[in-house]
Design a protein around this ligand. Structure first.
Ligand SMILES: Cc1cc2nc3c(=O)[nH]c(=O)nc-3n(C[C@H](O)[C@H](O)[C@H](O)COP(=O)(O)OP(=O)(O)OC[C@H]3O[C@@H](n4cnc5c(N)ncnc54)[C@H](O)[C@@H]3O)c2cc1C
Length: 316
């Protein structure tokens, strides 16, 4: 362990026995053997090469806004990706994976570009958002990461590979990176000319709308993916009209219909404000959250015949 600690220090700041709760929005998770924060892409690549070459278990972490860690922690190395450099030329922004998504939105507006306003207020990193194809929809705007991404640079089994958008297999909160071991290093965003004032007003409106709806306890945001309309086994004509336009049924609405808002196991509860938020009331364990998840999944299946799918990455 001592030797490994010394070796890891070549790649960035190392925290032995680091509490993962402190690195996740859910505020849940035991200690990782080591947490290494990399601030440069070449040291991140070096570390990935080292860990994979030595056969040491690892996982990568961006902003920690979409993960549920185990109470036992993680035996191995957690890499906190904190490379944040960027470059702007013409209408493109190259952003490294560790940059906050909110910083990317800010850069876009400062340069009078448009196309990323929808991402205002979404926590997490650019890399995490690319991997999950983060997105948001409002009555007046909406979008997903894939809409403006041109290329993605990834670490893939010891090589750095440049992928075009079409090679990333983006779908609703999905990408090829959710199904392989690629680590996103950076993304190139292709934007169009907009107006800084208009964009700023739009982001302010979005943030205000989000704040009014969100629960302010620790959580990982929406726990379940919304349900694609074509997968709905019931009569779609009976659904609220907004879902027909959106082509998805909000998981939060479904959970509310089965009467589980406020359902609680230990320190975890379905938010009374938002049916798709599972909140940590304080001291919740992963087991508490999974207890809530199980109840919700069973009740929704029994009532509607649909299997809810987790949007949050559950590390077991
Ligand atoms: C209050 C709240 C509101 C939210 N609202 C939204 C919303 O409106 N829309 C939305 O889409 N999401 C939303 N989310 C979820 C979350 O913000 C997004 O999924 C975000 O993009 C996750 O990024 P992250 O850096 O925090 O990822 P993390 O939580 O750090 O990681 C998530 C997963 O991605 C992997 N990962 C992270 N970085 C990389 C990388 N560079 N390469 C490869 N894999 C990587 C991790 O290993 C993990 O499996 C919300 C979350 C919260 C807490």
């Amino acid at each position: 362990m001592e030797q490994l600690y010394k070796e890891l220090k070549n790649f960035g700041k190392v925290r032995p026995n680091a509490s993962l709760a402190k690195f996740s929005n859910f505020n849940i998770g035991g200690p990782a053997d080591f947490l290494i924060e990399t601030t440069k892409t070449d040291t991140l690549i070096g570390l990935l090469n080292f860990l994979s070459g030595e056969g040491i278990e690892y996982l990568v972490l961006g902003g920690g806004s979409n993960v549920l860690f185990p109470d036992e922690g993680f035996r191995g190395a957690v890499i906190k990706i904190s490379n944040i450099k960027y470059q702007i030329s013409n209408l493109t922004i190259d952003a490294e994976a560790g940059m906050d998504l909110s910083k990317l939105v800010e850069l876009s507006i400062q340069n009078k570009f448009t196309g990323l306003e929808w991402a205002a207020g979404i926590p997490g990193s650019v890399g995490g958002a690319i991997r999950g194809n983060a997105g948001a929809h409002y009555a007046f705007t909406g979008g997903e990461m894939k809409d403006t991404l041109e290329t993605v640079s990834v670490w893939r089994d010891g090589e750095v590979v440049e992928l075009f958008r079409g090679e990333c297999e983006f779908g609703y909160r999905d990408s090829v990176f959710k199904h392989n071991t690629d680590v996103v290093l950076s993304g190139r965003f292709q934007l169009v000319i907009g107006g800084a004032k208009k964009s700023l007003e739009m982001t302010q409106k979005i943030v205000a709308e989000r704040q009014a709806k969100q629960d302010h306890h620790s959580s990982a945001g929406s726990f379940f993916k919304n349900i694609m309309l074509e997968k709905w086994p019931g009569d779609v004509a009976k659904l609220p009209e907004r879902f027909l336009n959106y082509k998805k049924i909000a998981a939060g609405w479904v959970i509310e219909q089965v009467g589980l808002k406020g359902y609680r196991v230990g320190g975890a509860m379905v938010s009374p404000n938002h049916g798709n938020f599972i909140i940590n009331l304080g001291g919740a364990t992963q087991a508490d959250v999974l207890g809530v998840v199980e109840k919700v999944t069973i009740e929704v299946y029994n009532r509607y015949g649909v299997e809810l799918e987790s949007e949050v990455q559950i590390v077991r």
